[in-house]
Every structure is written in structure tokens, then in C-alpha cells.
Design a protein around this ligand. Structure first.
Ligand code: HEM
Length: 570
């Protein structure tokens, strides 16, 4: 009654009621959220998932060591080597787009990469981010579009002539430019004014030149004593960087930036124009004078309808191969050289193996002249211990440390993990090489011998191909694997044949958090001349002439060299 008599009192009562209702609703919503959150976290098995923020705090807190953080999380799951986490603990998102199944379990990987290949494509997020740079090229397509290119390219990648072409490009750039730069650095060291060189920078330039030569028959010579700025290389770098930026943010954000034309999206447009113009010129040149490069080979091919590939498709082809083959080998080589500098025993075995092969192919009379020419195609094929050391590098420092696949339809992985449609499977190649359950107690030790047969004379990768996937596995295995080993062996042997490297005092070797395992601050080293004949003589007495050994015998000699048995083997 009193209320009816006093309208302000009625309004106050109503406000109280609606406020109470609001509080009640808020409490109900919070309770519902907490129950949902509790149920969610019970199904997740990885790092701590916070209300709303999901695993983001852990990710941000470990942003400078993401790969090691993922490896720790995976190790904590024991032999399962798999966990599930969500980026944000938000209903409808956390169990789909925001759900990540992280694994390095070989059986799960075999399932994702081979057995249920169709269910795990690259997916829409990846494809749209890379589309401007790579179009629907082999690296960025799924289904029929990918299959046609894969079949066409696979035929070429198995040919010996392509491997010989890679050896030729590598050989010429090493001899004419890398050696010149390293010799100049070594001379400065001898004069006491050495400032060291950034070996990673040299390697990145060298492999970029090689892949351009192999892909469209033109070496842009970004590696040269003057270390020039190359507009095409710079534009390709900028476009790649801008593409990777897209993957860091929600898709609508970069699309908006692109539509408005600002930030990295604006510079990306300009960079792509430069790349486009350079490649158009290269395609025209190859049309006029075909050679043994990939582009010329693709020009001779016919598509499913029997027609030649049009110019835009040839552009995709070229861009995709350049991206796939540019940094992976140089990054792996930088970790290789770093390990070699820390492990004189490994270095000595590499030198001994090279010496055994060179004694056979070039004779022992004038060892000083061994360093006149980089090792040739046939000689490189025989470097078994070196290949083992490179594989060991990729086990611990895979150039592509983490990779992802999109889940098309609900599925169950072999270890029982349920993966819903629309979620992501991340497979950690980096963690895989650091799991005791896969590589044994000494998994963190750099030990090339684990890649050799018991006699030490043959390269023997694990029988289970899903224990080592630095080159991916299944139908999308890296097409350039053999070329990459050949190129890495050519570069590694050519550097070690003439020089000894030493880490620049105070230089910090750290990983850069990126899709490729770069060294964050490069690799600054002192370069000194190597006296190969003196080293070989120290290892063992100069061998007596004998029949040419097989590659296997040469490798065995290398493995035994540190014990002074090389002479006997030679
Ligand atoms: C150490 C050197 C290399 C490593 C570690 C490496 C690793 C890889 C990996 C992990 C993938 C799978 C990527 C994905 O699908 O997400 C891949 C794919 C590929 N790689 Fe390599 N790669 C290397 C060198 C090269 C070179 C030198 C070339 C070319 C000359 C090349 C050509 C390709 C191509 C064409 C694909 C796409 C295959 C497909 O999707 O069907 N790679 N590589």
C-alpha cells in the first residue's frame, strides 16, 4: 500500500528486483560457465587452461621458447606423446576452431599423414593466408589441384638430371662466390683484423641463389663478395614475412588491413608486384631458351585436359618451389656448423671421410690440390658419415619445427584421442627428436652414429618412417629431400675442406620463433684456413696405393678415423 502511495518507492523496489534478477542471472551464467569450464578441462590434457584465457597465458609466457615448451608438455604425457588444449576457453570455440591436438606420437602421425590423409588437409586458414603469395601451388593446395601438381613434379624430382643440375648450381656458387668470401675472411683473421662473418646470412643467400637457379634457371647472385641488396630477394622475403604475420591474427583482421591497404598488407602488395615482374621475365626467358630447370620441365608438361600450363600457373609453380626450397637447407646447415664447432670428434670424422673419398678420386700425391675444387656429384654421394651428421642435425633442429593439419570430419586417433571436425592437429617435429620414448636415453645427444649401420658403413634411417619426419611423411613427403641432402653435403664439405670455424666470442645462439627454425641472431663465426694435408697426416700415415674402395669402405674408414685406423682402410 505504502509503495502504491509512493511512486519513487515502487521504482526503487522494481530496480532492486531487476538488479537482483541481473545478479541472479550473472550468478547462474557464471555457474554454468564454471561447470562447462570444469567439464572442458577434464577432457584436456596439456598445459594449464585458464578460464576464458585458455592456454594463452602459457603460450605468451613461453613465447621465446615455444618449441621447448611444447616438447616439455609432450614429454609430460609419457608414451602417449599427445595432448589437447584450447587457445581460448570460450564456449563453441574451445571444442572446435580453438581446439589443438598436439602430438608427436608416431602412430598418430602415420594416421594423420598417411592412413586418413584425406581427412587432414592444410585447410582453409592456411590456404587463405598463403593464397596471395603461393596461389594454388603445390605447397598451398589440397585435393585434385595438389595431386596433379604433385604427380607432375614427382616425375621430375626422381630424375638424376635434376640432382646433377642442383650439384652444378651449388658447385658454381660455392667456387665463384662462397669460397671468395670465406678466403677473404680467413685472410683478415691471419692479418689479425678478423671481425668474423655471419655464416647464416651467407648460407641463406647461397641457398636462395641455388633454388632460383634450379627453379627457373637464373641465379640472382644475392651471395657475392659485395653482399648486394637484391630487389627480388627482398620482395620475396617481405611477402613471406607478411604472409606469416597473417597466421598470427584472426583472419578478419588481415582481410580488413588488406581491404584498407595499410601495414604489412600494403607492403605485401608492392612486394608481390616486384616478385611478379621478376618471375614473368624469367618465364619469358625460359620460353625463349628452355634449359634443364624446373620451369622449363613444367612448360613441356600437359595438364589433365592435355593443354600446356598457362603463365599464371607457371608463376605459382616457380613461387612454390622457391618458397619450399629456399631457407630450409641453410637453416639446417647453420645448426650443423654450430654442432660441428662444439664437437671436434665429429668434425674429425667428417674430415677423415672426405679425405678417404678424395684420396680415391683425386689421388694422394698432391693433397694440397684437393681444396682446388668443391667435391663433385659422385664424390658427394659417397659421404655417408656426413649425411648421418646432417640427419642428426635435422632430428634435433628440424627446419620446420611444427606443422599443422585441419580436421575435416570427427575422427579418433590411434591412441584414442578424439579430434572434432574444424579443430587443428599440430604435429611437433621438434619434440619428436627429443623424446626418450622414441630415441632412447641419449636423445638429447648429438650422435651421428645412430644413423649408421652397425658396421658404420651404410646410412640407415629408422625403419619406422614416422619416427623421423623432418621431411614430412606420407603422400606429402618433401619432394626436395634428396636434392636438399646433396646441396647440404656440397656446402658442408666445401666449407670444411678449406676452413675451420670458431664461434665468435660472446655470440648468442638462440632459436627464432618462426615457422622455420632460424637462429635469432645469425651465426657469427671466425673463419680460419685449414691445412688439410697436415691434418690428414696427423690422423694417420699417408696410405699406400690400392684399388678404389667402395663408398661403404670409404665410410667405414671415416668412422674409424679417430682411432687412427684410416690409413689401414685406405
Ligand atoms: C633441409 C631441407 C628441407 C627440409 C627440412 C624440408 C622439409 C619439408 C617439409 C617438412 C615439408 C612439408 C611441409 C608441409 O606440407 O607443411 C616439405 C614439403 C615440400 N618440400 Fe621440402 N624441405 C627441404 C628442402 C626442400 C628443397 C631443397 C626443395 C625443392 C627443391 C623442397 C621441396 C618441397 C616441396 C615441393 C614440398 C611440398 C610437397 C607437397 O606438399 O606435396 N624441399 N619439405
Amino acid at each position: 500500500m505504502a509503495m502504491a502511495g509512493a511512486p519513487w518507492l515502487a521504482a526503487f523496489g522494481e530496480a532492486l528486483c531487476s538488479r537482483g534478477l541481473l545478479v541472479l542471472l550473472a550468478v547462474a551464467a557464471l555457474s554454468a560457465y564454471l561447470m562447462w569450464y570444469w567439464a572442458l578441462t577434464r577432457t584436456l590434457s596439456g598445459p594449464r587452461v585458464w578460464p576464458l584465457l585458455g592456454s594463452l597465458p602459457g603460450l605468451v609466457g613461453n613465447r621465446r621458447r615455444v618449441h621447448d615448451w611444447i616438447a616439455e608438455n609432450l614429454r609430460a604425457t609419457g608414451p602417449a606423446a599427445t595432448y589437447q588444449t584450447c587457445l581460448l576457453a570460450v564456449p563453441f570455440y574451445a571444442r572446435r576452431g580453438g581446439l589443438f591436438t598436439v602430438t608427436c606420437n608416431p602412430r598418430n602421425l602415420e594416421h594423420v599423414l598417411r592412413a586418413r590423409f584425406e581427412n587432414y588437409p592444410k585447410g582453409p586458414v592456411w590456404q587463405s593466408a598463403f593464397h596471395d603469395l603461393l596461389g594454388q601451388g603445390i605447397f598451398n593446395s589440397d585435393g585434385e589441384t595438389w595431386l596433379l601438381q604433385r604427380k607432375t613434379a614427382a616425375l621430375e624430382f626422381t630424375t638424376r638430371t635434376l640432382r646433377q643440375a642442383m650439384a652444378r648450381w651449388a658447385h658454381s656458387s660455392i667456387k665463384a662466390r662462397l669460397w671468395v668470401i670465406l678466403s677473404r675472411a680467413a685472410a683478415q683473421e691471419e692479418e689479425g683484423r678478423g671481425r668474423g662473418v655471419d655464416l647464416l646470412d651467407l648460407l641463406l643467400r647461397l641457398t636462395f641463389d641455388n633454388i632460383c637457379g634450379l627453379t627457373f634457371g637464373k641465379d640472382p647472385e644475392t651471395l657475392s663478395p659485395e653482399m648486394p641488396d637484391n630487389p627480388f630477394a627482398a620482395a620475396f622475403d617481405a611477402a613471406t614475412e607478411a604472409t606469416l604475420q597473417r597466421l598470427l591474427y584472426p583472419g578478419f583482421l588481415w582481410r580488413l588491413k588488406k581491404a584498407l591497404g595499410f601495414g604489412t598488407e600494403r607492403s605485401m602488395k608492392k612486394s608481390l608486384e616486384i616478385v611478379d615482374a621478376y618471375m614473368a621475365e624469367a618465364i619469358a626467358a625460359r620460353k625463349a631458351t628452355p634449359s634443364d630447370d624446373l620451369l622449363s620441365r613444367f612448360m613441356k608438361k600437359r595438364d589433365g585436359k592435355g593443354e600446356a600450363f598457362p603463365a599464371p600457373v607457371l608463376q605459382w609453380v616457380a613461387r612454390n618451389f622457391v618458397l619450399a626450397g629456399r631457407d630450409t637447407s641453410s637453416v639446417a646447415l647453420s645448426w650443423f656448423f654450430w654442432e660441428v664447432m662444439r664437437r671436434p670428434d665429429v668434425e674429425e670424422k667428417i674430415i677423415a671421410e672426405m679425405a678417404a673419398v678424395l684420396a680415391d678420386t683425386r689421388g694422394r700425391e698432391d693433397m694440397a690440390r684437393w681444396a682446388d675444387e668443391p667435391l663433385g656429384f659422385e664424390e658427394l654421394e659417397r659421404l655417408v658419415y656426413l649425411k648421418a651428421a646432417l640427419a642428426e642435425t635435422l632430428r634435433l633442429y628440424p627446419s620446420v619445427p611444427e606443422d599443422t593439419k585441419y580436421v575435416v570430419a570427427d575422427d579418433v586417433l590411434p591412441d584414442g584421442t578424439r579430434v572434432p571436425a574444424g579443430s587443428t592437429v599440430t604435429y611437433s617435429i621438434y619434440s619428436m627428436g627429443r623424446m626418450e620414448s622414441i630415441w632412447g636415453d641419449d636423445c638429447m645427444e648429438f650422435r651421428p652414429e645412430r644413423w649408421l649401420s652397425p658396421e658404420g658403413d651404410r646410412y640407415e634411417p629408422p625403419k619406422d618412417g614416422y619416427r623421423f619426419i623432418a621431411f614430412n611423411a606420407g603422400p606429402r613427403t618433401c619432394l626436395g629431400k634428396d636434392l636438399a641432402y646433396l646441396q647440404m653435403k656440397a656446402i658442408a664439405s666445401s666449407v670444411l675442406l678449406r676452413h675451420k670455424l670458431e664461434l665468435f666470442p660472446g655470440h648468442r645462439v638462440e632459436q627464432k620463433m618462426s615457422l622455420t627454425l632460424f637462429m635469432k641472431h645469425g651465426l657469427r663465426v671466425h673463419v680460419r684456413n685449414r691445412n688439410l694435408p697436415a691434418e690428414v697426416k696427423k690422423m694417420a700415415a699417408v696410405p699406400a696405393a690400392r684399388a678404389p674402395p667402395s663408398a661403404a669402405a670409404a665410410a667405414a674408414a671415416a668412422a674409424a678415423a679417430t682411432t687412427g685406423a684410416a690409413a689401414a682402410a685406405l
